[in-house]
Design a protein around this ligand. Structure first.
Ligand code: SF4
Length: 332
């Protein structure tokens, strides 16, 4: 069995629907359409990977899902339906009962989320007491259980340590334990391994995959590396300049990528099964300046297949089999 033939816990039940989401930043130089009409469904137990270079809109998509966009950003349109209820229309109180509880997030740098002045026990127990309505003793037992599940040795003692007393990999395990401690239905992981070295990265990805499968949690994984999503995700969305340029099942995307950008990303993943004599491929050029983007294919300056129409009009979405789709004039 290849890495792409993931055993999946995905069911048919859709728990999150993102519809035509638009998040713009109004700055002095113009309008940055950081997220421009993103649409996707997330099923119970599914892992969706959002892939793209820096500035493609991956993180803003997820901040928008949690309704955490701050000025000068503004969610200008679309819906984020969690079990049919639009998160973007909820009161602060309603959102508080979802964030950290039914939908939780883990970040690239655990130190930006962990309070360096508080013991892990204080940080975990407070959250569990607040969201799970447990007393302090039961919340501590739950926190220790989650740390053990996340592979923290001697969890009963280490729960009283401060964040700086853990290594980078162990801190990320603590974050995963915290993120999953309230049994969320959705875990949003924003580049959860890119600050770690390669061996620890693999361990953390295996841990996330194992724990979320056991708990039935759906995952939205943000990453710039297709290598990370290959062994982890059921579905992949490739983003470029605020839009999804290709979407499909992981196996279909790797087997038959459609968009030239996706093809470039796949070619640039190092392969252990290939001869090492060739230079690793890199996509030429730079991501576009996203301020006041013209209505053309933003990838055309870097695309070796670009045609005249690509410089004039944004390509329509073309659907293939099995939910696989892409926006590129080559197929329109
Ligand atoms: Fe290349 Fe044109 Fe397709 Fe854009 S629309 S990716 S420029 S071929």
């Amino acid at each position: 069995m290849s890495d792409l033939d993931n055993k999946t816990n995905m069911t048919d039940e859709v728990i999150l629907q993102v519809k035509k989401l638009q998040t713009y930043f109004h700055i002095d130089e113009g309008i940055v359409k950081a997220v421009d009409g993103i649409t996707f469904d997330l099923h119970k137990g599914e892992t969706v990977g959002i892939v793209g270079e820096s500035g493609s809109g991956k993180s803003v998509t997820n901040l928008s899902i949690m309704n955490l966009v701050t000025t000068p950003g503004k969610i200008e349109g679309g819906e984020v339906l969690f079990h049919g209820e639009d998160i973007l229309k909820m009161s602060d109180r309603e959102i508080q009962s979802i964030r950290g509880n039914k939908i939780s997030m883990i970040f690239q740098d655990p130190m930006s989320s962990l309070n360096p002045f508080l013991r892990i026990s204080t940080q975990m127990i407070e959250t569990i007491m607040l969201h799970q309505k447990l007393d302090k003793k039961a919340a501590k037992l739950k926190a220790i259980e989650m740390l053990k599940l996340a592979g923290i040795p001697a969890a009963e003692e280490r729960i009283d340590c401060y964040p700086h007393q853990f290594s980078g990999g162990m801190r990320q395990r603590v974050m995963i334990a915290m993120g999953l401690s309230c049994n969320p239905e959705i875990l949003i992981a924003d580049e959860p391994t890119s600050a770690l070295d390669v061996t620890i990265q693999a361990q953390i990805l295996d841990l996330m995959k194992d724990l979320t499968a056991r708990l039935g949690t759906a995952v939205i994984m943000i990453t710039h590396s297709l290598g990370v999503v290959a062994g982890m995700c059921d579905t992949i969305m490739v983003m470029y300049a605020g839009r999804v340029v290709e979407k499909g099942k992981t196996a279909d995307i790797f087997k038959e990528p459609k968009h030239p950008y996706t093809k470039g990303l796949i070619k640039s993943v190092p392969r252990l099964d290939k001869e090492n004599s060739e230079r690793l491929f890199s996509i030429s050029g730079q991501p576009p300046n996203v301020i006041d983007l013209p209505p053309c294919c933003p990838f055309y300056p870097r695309c070796h297949k670009a045609m005249d129409i690509c410089k004039k009009q944004y390509p329509p979405v073309q659907e293939f089999e099995n939910g696989h789709c892409s926006s590129c004039w080559l197929y329109a």
